[in-house]
Design a binder for this molecule. Structure first.
Ligand code: PEP
Ligand code: MG
Length: 566
């Protein structure tokens, strides 16, 4: 049987399935009869003992491969040792005759709400840990087995309704061959993380969970966006042929990207992890370091010193290549431990990214200082997400100056002339590109969000696919405007949204004026291959025709026909 979804991250793998269903417990008020106190108390006690054992095993296993992840489970064990918490649950069971499930849920929820109201984001982060521990005990009390993505006992393809970026960030990569979900699409952050980790992924497969069972063998062809359940030997043969083809394609990738008529295009990579050494493609610079991804899997947000070490490590590994560090872009589908209290009706239009940072000055200051300090160790530039007005830019400059002043007072080294840039991903800022270009050193177009906000179509919702038009006439016009204004002001503007990693779209972007493109490492070779096989003049005339076309479909068809990319 074959299921179709959205090809989110390239690669083809075969393996058994692990169906991941995060357990959510809705516990109703319930009590037991007098005389059963000891029995229910023992049930609770043995659940706590089992939870401690599970956490201890997880911590021990993870210590060897990932100290950071191990710390999360160590913190969970500490919570389970809190005498006050345990005592209060015990009282509820022994004195008030509450069922253990109800007692656990009630007391944990009280603690969680209390932590969520605390202003300090580091302390507020503890509420996520509390929820995790609560769910673990409730799961044990309900007699269910543990399913945890942080430790996968063997190589599996993970199948789920949806996976949060934080769940992927803490996943056991060594044993995850790839994943498939019912939700998500190419620009969801789940897909972006998958690409940055080179994990094959197909998203947005309708009713996936009703077709696949645990342990079933599947062929995940993420290039074609296809899942084949119980593949035949012919399917497997085809997979081998494709593998060979891709290996050949990856050879010779160290040459710069030069178009047939000599036009050079700078190609950058988008990263979200410290592990630069694992990147096998050759790239010109780091066009986007999504710093929020670095911290998503951690028990709490790292302090200035810890962030400084991470950024410096990345800068040093890039050996002289520019690193574009984007400040925290959290909110929307990217929730950090420090954000637990944040619940908004429309998170994508709410306190996201720079807005969140402005509200949480200490957290922003900590990141700015850490990044500035890392700039003493190599070429680092700063990029700010979700900027929507000139006020935002003035505010950023003001806070950056404050961070610099603090460092001067602390006698720290940093690059006084550090370049600053903004993401152009909100139409309001795109339309004033003329003003923006005068105020910043560079800009980077985030086509994922720009499309979302321009078309009013949720980038996370596969049902909005036909409205989420990355190559619509409106997008062409807005992109054209941005490129022209930055050119007039002689300031560089790159494209770092997922559109840049699509070879066909990349050709159109070049024709519209892009000279710098940044993308997931898994797309770079294909983009370079295509751009090196056509002329700059060709892309310009393609773009000129596209500016006159009336629908996205016409634009896509036209570009595809013109450059004949398979
Ligand atoms: C974008 O919006 O295009 C972008 C690059 O940022 P992110 O995908 O992280 O929101
Ligand atoms: Mg964005």
């Amino acid at each position: 049987m074959r299921l179709k979804g959205i090809a989110a991250s390239n690669g083809i793998v075969v393996g058994p399935v692990m169906v991941y269903e995060p357990q959510i417990y809705d516990i109703a008020e319930s009590f037991f009869e007098s005389g059963l106190e000891e029995r229910y108390f023992e049930k609770f006690q043995s659940a706590v003992i089992q939870a401690r054992q599970e956490l201890n095993t997880l911590e021990t296993r993870l210590k060897i491969e990932n100290e950071e992840k191990a710390k999360i489970f160590c913190a969970h064990q500490q919570l389970l040792q809190d005498p006050e918490l345990i005592q209060r649950i015990t009282t509820c069971i022994l004195r008030d005759r509450m069922n253990p499930e109800y007692a656990v849920s009630l007391i944990f929820d009280e603690y969680i709400s209390m932590f969520q109201t605390i202003k300090d984001p580091m302390i507020a982060a503890r509420s996520i840990d509390l929820s995790d521990v609560k769910n673990r005990i409730l799961r044990i009390l309900s007699g269910k087995c543990e399913k945890n993505l942080s430790y996968l006992p063997k190589k599996v393809i993970v199948i789920a309704h949806d996976l949060l970026p934080s769940e992927i960030a803490t996943m056991d990569y060594a044993n995850c061959l790839g994943f498939v979900t019912e939700m998500g699409n190419t620009t969801s952050h789940t897909a972006i993380i998958a690409r940055s980790l080179n994990l094959p992924a197909v998203l947005g497969v309708p009713d996936l969970l009703s077709y696949i069972q645990d342990e079933e063998q599947i062929l995940l062809d993420a290039d074609a966006g296809e899942v084949i359940i119980n593949p035949t030997s012919r399917d497997l043969e085809k997979r081998k042929e494709k593998d060979e083809y891709l290996k050949n394609e990856n050879q010779n990738n160290s040459l710069p990207c030069t178009m047939l008529d000599g036009q050079m295009i700078e190609l950058g990579i988008n990263i979200g992890s410290e592990e630069i050494s694992q990147i096998s493609v050759s790239y010109d610079y780091v066009g986007l370091l999504r710093t929020e991804f670095l911290f998503m899997g951690k028990a709490s947000l790292p302090n200035e010193e810890e962030q400084f070490k991470v950024y410096t490590h990345i800068v040093e590994q890039c050996s002289g290549k520019v690193v574009t560090l984007r400040t925290l872009d959290i909110g929307g589908d990217k929730i950090l431990p420090s954000q637990t209290g944040l619940k908004e009706e429309n998170p994508a239009l709410g306190k996201r990214a720079i807005r969140y940072c402005f509200e949480n000055r200490d957290l922003f200051m900590m990141q700015l200082k850490a990044a500035l300090r890392a700039s003493a160790y190599g070429p680092l530039q700063l990029l700010f997400p979700m900027v929507s007005s000139m006020d935002d830019i003035y505010h950023i400059r003001f806070m950056l100056e404050e961070a610099k002043q603090k460092l001067r007072e602390e006698h720290r080294n940093f690059n006084e002339q550090i370049k600053i840039g903004v993401m152009i991903e909100v139409p309001a800022i795109a339309f004033i590109s003329d003003l923006v270009a005068k105020e910043v050193d560079f800009a980077s177009i985030g086509t994922n969000d720009l499309t979302q906000y321009l078309c009013a179509a949720d980038r996370m919702n596969p049902a909005m696919g036909s409205y989420y038009q990355t190559m619509s006439p409106a997008m062409i016009r807005i992109l054209d405007h941005i490129f022209q204004e930055f050119k007039k002001n002689k300031k560089p503007v790159s494209v770092c949204g997922e559109l840049a990693g699509d070879p066909v779209a990349a050709a159109l972007l070049v024709g519209l004026g892009a000279r710098i493109l940044s993308m997931s490492t898994s797309n770079l070779v294909r983009v370079k291959k295509l751009l090196s096989s056509i002329t700059f003049e060709q892309t310009k005339s393609i773009a000129n025709v596209c500016k006159q076309l009336k629908t996205e479909e016409e634009i896509k068809k036209y570009v595809q026909n013109k450059i004949k990319y398979e």
